[in-house]
Design a protein around this ligand. Structure first.
Ligand code: PLP
Length: 366
């Protein structure tokens, strides 16, 4: 059986190094916001090519705190792609702002710059773009719009650690870039973790306070912040894994290239490759008109797959009444047809070839 993912296998290769830092951690007895967090923040900022990094407890918190730090008027509109993972939309709601869903391109699954323009209003204050599945958005076209209309640009990089647009890493185009280190992400911790990167010193200081009870000095609270500190032990684990992130990403690229060059079944829609956009393939999704049948067939051939995601955000119970009367046919179509193929560091080129051949032999009935 080819598994979709196996986190034990992903992480066991680092077991020895994890053991060493854990021993050190016990010996030191300093569990919160100590040197591991600080080192990781510096190393991750450097990796991304940004000035500052602020470690937080999750990707959701990274997005939420980014919005809170901007201090936007209550009810301001924030544009967000209609097919994102729900966290992006929840961060906007929890910050007391209004999410405005913008349809993606059906070819890239990323926010469509032309659609952005159609949704701007006098209440629009920010855009959160999402580099979904590991593919960077069209940042030149998007920056042109945010610059022209004086909008804050936040990047949700939870699926795109290390991906580049025209050679520049994602997270460095907007005012802030938000990352998740949820265990399955390209850079994954052994628990929950997240971070925000920025070049803006004032925002960096504010974010550092906001994640820690709004405190800029011990027992002095400047803002009504939250407790969303990056865990010291997770930071130590992440430092080890960061050193191997580029290798992990290249491995995913090589598997993706096998899929792209080998899958020739005309009933399958493959992801597109764009010039100057270096995808890190957090997810390798294909689309098929009868997705569930294809998924069953693959399972019968010993191949496990996933669906990212089965239900569009506007159809989630939690979003009842929020987008009343509006239609998002492109998001619906993606959610109806998308299927994610195995693309992990645990998979070999042989696995990818076997999967591609199985797909090529597939003939759907009717
Ligand atoms: C994973 C993810 C998040 C949320 O990250 P958590 O660490 O689970 O809170 C946000 N946005 C996207 C696009 C994600 O994939």
């Amino acid at each position: 059986m080819i598994e979709y993912e196996n986190l034990n296998k992903v992480n066991s290769r680092f077991e020895e190094s994890f053991g060493e830092v854990f021993k050190e951690f016990i010996k030191k007895g300093r569990y919160i916001l100590d040197s591991e967090v600080e080192h990781f923040e510096n190393e991750f900022a450097k990796y991304c090519g940004s000035k500052f990094c602020i470690g937080v407890a999750s990707g959701l918190d990274a997005l939420y705190l980014s919005l809170i730090a901007l201090d936007l008027p209550k009810g301001s509109e924030v544009l967000v792609p209609s097919n994102t993972y729900i966290a992006t939309i929840f961060s906007i709601l929890q910050a007391g702002l209004k999410p405005v869903l913008v349809e993606p391109r059906i070819t890239t699954y990323n926010i469509d710059p032309h659609q952005i323009k159609r949704h701007l209003s006098s209440a629009t204050k920010a855009i959160i773009v999402v580099h979904l599945y590991g593919k960077p958005c069209e940042m030149d076209a998007i920056k042109a719009i945010t610059d022209l209309h004086d909008l804050h640009l936040i990047e949700d990089c939870a699926q795109a650690h290390g991906a580049t647009f025209q050679g520049k890493k994602v997270g460095t185009f907007g005012i802030m870039g938000a990352f998740s280190f949820y265990p399955t992400k390209n850079l994954g911790a052994l628990g929950d973790a997240g971070a925000i990167i920025t070049d803006n010193e004032e925002l960096a200081e504010k974010l550092r306070a906001l994640r820690n009870y709004g405190s800029d000095k011990k027992y002095y609270n400047k803002y009504t912040g939250i407790n969303s500190r990056l865990d010291e032990l997770q930071a130590a684990f992440l430092r080890i894994k960061l050193r191997h992130l580029d290798d992990l990403n290249s491995h995913k690229v090589s598997l993706a290239n096998i899929y792209l060059s080998t899958i020739s079944n005309k009933s399958i829609i493959l992801p597109i490759v764009q010039k100057n956009i270096a995808d890190v393939w957090h997810i390798f999704n294909i689309r098929h008109d009868k997705r569930d049948g294809l998924r069953q067939y693959l399972l019968a051939n010993g191949i496990k797959t996933e669906v990212h995601y089965p239900l569009a955000p506007h159809r989630q119970t939690a979003c009842n009444g929020l987008f009343g009367g509006l239609h998002f046919p492109i998001a619906d179509e993606i959610h109806r047809t998308t299927l994610s193929l195995p693309v992990s560091i645990i998979h070999t080129k042989r696995d990818a070839e076997y999967i591609a051949e199985a797909l090529n032999s597939y003939r759907s009935e009717g």
